[in-house]
Design a protein. Structure first.
Length: 390
């Protein structure tokens, strides 16, 4: 039989052996990997959307012939700026002057007839009390006086109409703006049974930017405003920043001035319009432009470096070092980019240690040692070697 002392000795030896193995394993286990982290801090950020719109004139007017006649000449330069009331075309005024002279002659005749009728009526009214004129003759004289007075008014209206038509022989600009191409050549008969289009004038300072947003997106923004996540700008405060074709920002900001109250059933979108200054006439109507719309501000949003955000089938996510030192995955709601960072509207909490570097070293559930993240510094440009002097 084994003595109690020998059993105790064997047990002690086994305990020492296990402790030695445990110490060896602890010495062989690597320390948690170091990762660069940033602290998630909620911010108030601009609520922006990248959109595309089409430019249209602030005002556009068709210049048409309002009287019939032969077009004599064009008196403006096509494509030039014109002022309101400036002469653009000349229609042959000779037939119109003849019509005016005829109307004036008819007026003179009507006035003479009225004068004679008035004198006859006055004479009849004077003789009627002495019964030198019958009541019937008096009534006829006064009726002729009234008819001749009406004929004078009718003739005066005809003269006014003829004078207006003569004025229409000089076709003027109804608005100020850029006059377009001539649509009818000299010598053509215009205004015959229709108001012939001669040219078009577009006012391009300012311009309109017409665009649309989906009804679902607008509803989402209004719902977020009700929850306090965003604060939408009021009327006249929503601005747009247009980009030129080369990508540079346009010098002038526009302002939203119209929002439709109904949804287009064909597209499911709501039409919006902004007014954009164009004093240099750099932008032209009909062209498409990309722009950034500042719709208000976003509350409690986070900016996360692009390299800290990963994607999989479930969407965007980030790895965070928890308070226990272990890595935790957090799914994010991304709402665009801003200045090289992802804008996160949901998924993070204030104080989260978001891993921005060393992501390949860790996995969710494993420990990690957080260190302040240092963005990679730009490498200096290489200095070309100088040729050796002989």
């Amino acid at each position: 039989m084994t003595s109690p002392l020998r059993i105790l000795a064997l047990a002690g030896a086994m305990t020492l052996g296990l402790a030695a193995c445990r110490n060896q394993q602890e010495q062989q286990a690597p320390p948690p990997p170091e990762v660069g982290v940033i602290e998630a801090k909620p911010q108030t950020l601009p609520l922006q959307r990248e959109l595309v719109g089409r430019l249209s004139p602030f005002r556009s007017a068709d210049v048409r012939a309002r009287v019939s006649g032969v077009l004599l000449k064009r008196v403006y330069e096509e494509g030039s700026s014109v002022k309101e009331g400036q002469a653009l075309f000349q229609i042959d005024p000779a037939p119109l002057r003849a019509s005016l002279a005829s109307a004036e002659a008819a007026l003179a005749s009507a006035r003479a007839t009225h004068a004679n009728a008035k004198a006859t009526a006055e004479r009849a009214r004077t003789l009627a009390p002495q019964n030198y004129v019958s009541r019937s003759d008096l009534d006829n004289a006064e009726a002729a006086e009234r008819s001749s007075a009406a004929a004078v008014q009718q003739a005066q209206a005809a003269v006014t109409s003829a004078r207006i038509n003569l004025g229409y022989a000089n076709v003027t600009a109804p608005i100020a703006g850029l006059a377009g191409k001539q649509q009818v050549t000299e010598g053509a008969l215009v205004g015959q049974n229709e108001a012939t289009l001669l040219t078009t004038i577009d006012q391009i300072d300012p311009l309109y930017v017409n665009f649309s947003m989906t009804a679902d997106e607008l509803s989402g923004l209004r719902a977020a405003q009700d929850k306090g996540a965003v604060a939408l700008a009021g009327d006249g405060k929503t601005t747009v920043q247009v980009n030129l074709p080369d990508g540079t920002p346009y010098a002038h900001e526009g302002t939203l001035d119209f929002s439709a109250t109904t949804v287009d059933p064909a597209t499911g979108a709501v039409s919006l319009r902004a007014q954009l200054p164009n004093p240099e006439h750099i932008l032209l109507p009909g062209s498409f432009v990309s722009f950034k719309a500042n719709l208000g501000q976003r509350n409690n949003a986070f900016l996360v470096p692009q390299q800290a955000v990963q994607r999989d089938a479930q969407g965007g996510y980030a790895l965070v070092v928890g308070k226990d030192g272990n890595v935790v995955r957090k799914d994010l709601v991304l709402d665009g980019q801003q200045g090289g960072n992802w804008l996160v509207s949901a998924g993070l909490e204030a104080g989260d240690q978001v891993i921005a570097s060393g992501l390949q070293k860790v996995k969710p559930g494993e420990p990690a040692k957080p260190m302040p993240w240092q963005p990679a510094a730009a490498k200096p440009a290489a200095v070309p070697a100088q040729p050796q002097q002989d």
